[in-house]
Design a protein around this ligand. Structure first.
Ligand code: CA
Length: 510
C-alpha cells in the first residue's frame, strides 16, 4: 500500500509547494565573480580551504546546496556570459571569443523573466558590448572596467554608451555592491519579485585588491599544488599542449606572463617559481576576500528586510582558473581547474541545507533553471540548456539527463596565454579532448594536432594522458561517437570552418 501512497503524497506536496510558489515568487539574486575558481573556496575542500578564503560564501553553501559538476562550455569571460544570458552554446549565440556581443533582442534571460512578472537589473561587469537594454535597470562597467575609481555605463539621455557615472575613490567590488544595495533599497518596485545579476570584476587579472586587504595573508605560506614544479610532467598533455600555456615558473616552456608578478628574473628555480606562486596567490586571494566580504553585505541586507527566506541566491564564477596547477596561470584550457565552475545555491524556502549535487551541468542550463524558478513552465525552444530546478527540490536525476558535457575553446594562441584551440567532451568519469590547433579561418600560426584522454576517477589531477593506452581503446571509441553526436546535436560542428574540418578529418581515427 505504501508503494502507492508515497508517490501520491509526494505529488500532493509538490503541487502544494508549486501553488505556494505561485503566490509568492522568489527573488533571484545571481552573483557572479570573474575567474573565481573552485580551488579558492573553503567549501570545495581544496588545498587552500584551510586558509578559509570564503567564509561568507561557504555559509551560503552550508545552508544551501553545493554543486560539484558544473562546467562552462568555453572557458573565457565573454562567451561564458553569452551562454548564461542566452542559454545557448557559442555557435548558436554567435559569441565564439572576446569580440562577440549579444544584442538587446537576444538578451533572453531578462526578456523571458520579465514576462513572468519580474523586474530585472544588471550591475557590474557585463562584457557583452551592446547595451544591456533588456534589463529594466543597468549600471555596468565598460569592457573589463577598472579596479579603482571605476566608471559605469547607465541608461540616460545620450545614446549607449554615452551616459556614465564614476565611483571616485572606490574599489570596484565595493562600488558594485553599493550600486546593488542602492537599487535594492531605493531603485526597485518592492511589490514585484526581482532578478538581480550582480557581477564582480574581481578576482580577474591583474589582481588589484582594496587597500584594507594589503596585509591579508601577509605572513602566511600559501600551500603549493603538488604539480607546480617540474611541469609539464612526463605523461601529461601531448605535442599539441606541452610547449604552450602560461607558466608560473621559469621552468615552464611557455613562461612569460608571470613577469608581470614582479619577481626578480635572475633568481634560479625552484626559488623563483615559489616566490612567483606566493605573489600570484596572495594577489588573487586578496581580491577573493573583497568579493566574499561584499557578498555578506548583500546577505545582511536581505536578512534585515526579511527577504532572505524567499530569495534564491546563486553564486558562481564565469569559469574556473589555474592557481599554479600544472604550472599554469589563467584559464581557457579544458583541464578541470579552468573548465569547472563553482556553483552554490542558497534558498531557505526551497533548498534543504547541506546538500551536494553531482549532476553534469553546464552554463547553458542556468537561464532555463532561473526561468523555472520564476514560474516559467517550459524552457523556450531556442534555449539549448536544460533546467536543473528539480535538483534544488531534492529530486532524482532524470534518466535522460546528459551523459557528457561539451567544451570548445576558439581563441587559438591568443594574447600572451598561448592556448591552442580545442574541443572535447567530459562524462562523469572520462574526458576526451581534440586539439586542432588552428584559427577558424585557417590563417595564422598552426600548432600540432593531437588527442588527449583522461580517466578522472583514477587520475583526478589529469597527470596522465592515456590516449595511447590500449586498455582505454574501447572507451575512447565510445567517447568519440558521443563527441560527434553531441557536436551535431548542439550545432557545434565545423561545417562553416573547412580548415578546421580538414584537420579533424585527418586526425579523427589516429
Ligand atoms: Ca572570466
Amino acid at each position: 500500500m505504501t508503494k502507492h501512497i508515497v508517490p501520491l503524497l509526494a505529488n500532493l506536496f509538490f503541487v502544494a509547494s508549486l501553488a505556494g510558489a505561485a503566490q509568492e515568487k522568489p527573488n533571484i539574486l545571481f552573483i557572479m565573480s570573474d575567474d573565481h575558481t573552485t580551488q579558492a573556496f573553503g567549501v570545495y575542500g581544496s588545498r587552500l580551504a584551510k586558509l578559509d578564503p570564503t567564509p561568507n560564501i561557504d555559509r551560503l553553501a552550508n545552508h544551501g546546496m553545493r554543486f560539484d559538476r558544473v562546467y562552462c562550455n568555453n572557458s573565457i569571460c565573454t562567451p561564458s556570459r553569452a551562454s548564461i544570458i542566452t542559454g545557448q552554446y557559442s555557435q548558436t549565440n554567435g559569441v565564439l571569443d572576446l569580440n562577440g556581443s549579444i544584442a538587446p533582442d537576444r538578451q533572453y534571460l531578462p526578456m523571458e523573466i520579465k514576462k513572468a512578472g519580474y523586474q530585472t537589473a544588471m550591475i557590474g561587469k557585463w562584457h557583452l558590448k551592446q547595451e544591456p537594454a533588456a534589463f529594466d535597470y543597468y549600471c555596468v562597467l565598460p569592457g573589463q572596467g577598472s579596479y579603482f575609481d571605476p566608471t559605469f555605463r547607465v541608461r540616460g539621455t545620450k545614446n549607449w554608451p554615452g551616459n556614465t557615472i564614476r565611483k571616485q575613490g572606490q574599489h570596484s567590488s565595493d562600488a558594485i555592491t553599493d550600486i546593488s544595495l542602492e537599487w535594492l533599497k531605493h531603485g526597485r518596485d518592492k511589490g514585484k519579485p526581482f532578478l538581480l545579476m550582480h557581477h564582480f570584476k574581481a578576482p580577474h587579472d591583474m589582481f588589484q585588491n582594496a587597500p584594507r586587504y594589503d596585509r591579508y595573508l601577509e605572513n602566511v605560506e600559501i600551500p603549493e599544488p603538488a604539480n607546480l614544479h617540474g611541469q609539464p610532467a612526463e605523461g601529461f598533455g601531448s605535442i599539441a599542449t606541452r610547449p604552450y600555456g602560461a607558466g608560473v615558473t621559469k621552468a615552464h616552456p611557455s613562461w612569460g606572463l608571470a613577469r608581470k608578478l614582479g619577481v626578480a628574473q635572475d633568481i634560479p628555480e625552484p626559488e623563483h617559481g615559489k616566490l612567483a606562486y606566493q605573489k600570484y596567490l596572495k594577489r588573487y586571494l586578496r581580491c577573493v576576500k573583497g568579493v566574499d566580504d561584499n557578498v555578506k553585505r548583500i546577505v545582511d541586507y536581505l536578512t534585515e528586510t526579511g527577504e532572505l527566506e524567499n530569495t534564491v541566491i546563486l553564486y558562481t564564477g564565469d569559469q574556473g582558473f589555474f592557481l599554479g596547477e600544472h604550472d599554469f596561470m589563467d584559464k581557457r584550457w579544458m583541464y578541470e581547474e579552468a573548465f569547472r565552475m563553482p556553483f552554490i545555491v542558497h534558498w531557505p524556502k526551497g533548498v534543504k541545507a547541506g546538500k551536494v549535487n553531482d549532476w553534469l551541468i553546464n552554463n547553458t542550463d542556468f537561464a532555463p533553471t532561473i526561468l523555472e524558478l520564476a514560474g516559467v513552465e517550459k524552457t523556450p525552444d531556442y534555449m539549448q540548456g536544460r533546467s536543473f530546478a528539480a535538483a534544488l527540490r531534492g529530486g532524482a536525476k532524470p534518466d535522460d539527463w546528459r551523459k557528457a558535457t561539451y567544451y570548445r575553446y576558439w581563441m587559438h594562441m591568443a594574447h600572451a596565454l598561448q592556448v591552442p584551440a580545442h574541443f572535447g567532451i567530459r562524462s562523469d568519469r572520462y574526458k576526451l579532448i581534440f586539439f586542432y590547433g588552428i584559427n577558424p579561418n585557417g590563417r595564422g600560426q598552426q600548432t600540432p594536432a593531437a588527442w588527449e584522454f583522461y580517466d578522472l576517477q583514477r587520475d583526478p589531477a589529469e597527470m596522465r594522458n592515456e590516449y595511447s593506452n590500449p586498455e582505454c581503446r574501447k572507451i575512447i571509441a565510445e567517447m568519440k561517437i558521443l563527441l560527434k553526436q553531441t557536436r551535431e546535436e548542439l550545432n557545434e560542428t565545423d561545417a562553416k570552418y573547412p580548415a578546421v574540418q580538414a584537420i579533424i578529418d585527418a586526425h579523427w581515427d589516429k
